[in-house]
Design a protein around this ligand. Structure first.
Ligand SMILES: Nc1nc2c(ncn2[C@@H]2O[C@H](COP(=O)(O)OP(=O)(O)OP(=O)(O)O)[C@@H](O)[C@H]2O)c(=O)[nH]1
Length: 316
């Protein structure tokens, strides 16, 4: 288990290389370049955090907290406030224990997200993980808006050996969900993963569609535990935050999946999401294989961001 955790941490550190360089190299020159903690120091810190995609709200809270800690602890040297900054970022991200209840109960997991964010891949990876734990999985392809979405999902379902229920292009998504619930009940599935179309440009339609899907699940599968995950593309930074806010208006979101965190300098968005929206990031994607979808832990994430390369190389 310890080995597994270490392996994951290493993958996280290497996946976050660009984000780490973006944020930490700026901070290192800030801590090294200033001889005292003054207004200019705080202004530069503010700029680094904003540019690192931590979001305006989280950045201001972190700065307020840091100012207070610096005062209380009578810190004079910029270098000495690095750990305080790390602690402040962690504190901003605290939203209590993240639950993964759906793994242990008969559940329906609705997955929402706009095209191209990595929704299909995420469902495929999740199905693979659940199957490897011996769980029975049904995948409902309720994104009937695009035929290609269903085909791609079927490939993942076949690979994971999960049951796949789809519909014709343009058919009623709620009808697919109805069929999938029937299949899940008949086969005593543990988890039903449900892909949905995420047409944000037409919020009213999206809301109606999700409501209809929810009605079917509530009526046909009242005992199923419910989870609604929004998938966001980590490379889009603040745009991902805006998308999350819009989805929050359309549905009761229980968690976020942040994908493509390996190829981006904008990984600070994970801080913005938890600090600003108070919704847990439940998984992050740091690559395209199944093991690259990982449960998110904010302390590990912040530690990975502040791990320096030289030390990592030494340990390896
Ligand atoms: N590097 C990297 N690529 C990812 C990750 N997650 C998904 N991708 C890639 O992102 C691309 C889009 O992923 P899809 O799963 O097809 O996205 P989608 O949201 O289902 O998109 P549509 O099917 O077009 O609606 C694919 O090439 C995936 O391999 C990740 O964590 N890291």
């Amino acid at each position: 288990m310890a080995e597994e955790k270490k392996g994951f941490f290493r993958r996280l550190v290497s996946g976050l290389t660009k984000t780490r360089k973006n944020i930490v190299s700026g901070l290192d020159s800030l801590f090294g370049g200033f001889s005292r903690i003054d207004e200019e120091f705080y202004e530069e810190l503010e700029e680094i955090l904003i540019m690192g995609d931590l979001g305006v709200k989280a950045t201001y809270s972190i700065l307020d907290d840091l100012r207070q800690k610096v005062k209380e602890n009578h810190i004079k040297e910029p270098m000495d406030c690095k750990q305080l900054l790390i602690d402040s970022i962690k504190e901003q991200m605290q939203i209590g224990e993240t639950a993964y209840e759906f793994e242990n109960r008969t559940s329906v997991v609705l997955v929402i997200g706009v095209n191209g964010v990595g929704k299909t891949t995420t469902i495929g990876k999740l199905a693979g993980k659940l199957r490897s734990e011996g769980k029975k999985v049904v995948i409902a392809a309720a994104d009937t808006f695009r035929a290609a979405a269903g085909e791609q999902l079927k490939e993942w379902a076949d690979r994971a050996n999960a049951e796949f229920i789809g519909g014709q292009e343009g058919s009623d998504p709620a009808a697919v969900v109805y069929d999938a619930v029937a299949a899940a009940k008949a086969r005593k599935a543990d988890v039903m993963l449900c892909d949905t179309a995420g047409r944000l440009h037409n919020k009213k339609n999206l809301m109606e569609e999700l409501k209809k899907i929810n009605r079917v699940i509530e009526r046909e599968y009242p005992d199923a535990y419910r989870e609604t995950l929004v998938v966001l593309d980590g490379t889009t930074g603040q745009n991902a935050l805006a998308q999350a806010k819009q989805f929050m208006e359309a549905a009761q979101i229980t968690g976020i999946v942040l994908t493509k965190m390996d190829g981006t300098a904008k990984g600070g968005i994970a801080v913005a999401i938890q600090a600003e929206l108070g919704i847990p990031v439940k998984y992050i994607g740091v690559g395209e294989s199944i093991e690259d979808l990982q449960k998110f832990n904010s302390d590990d994430f912040v530690n990975a961001l502040f791990t320096d390369d030289a030390k990592e190389d030494e340990e390896n």
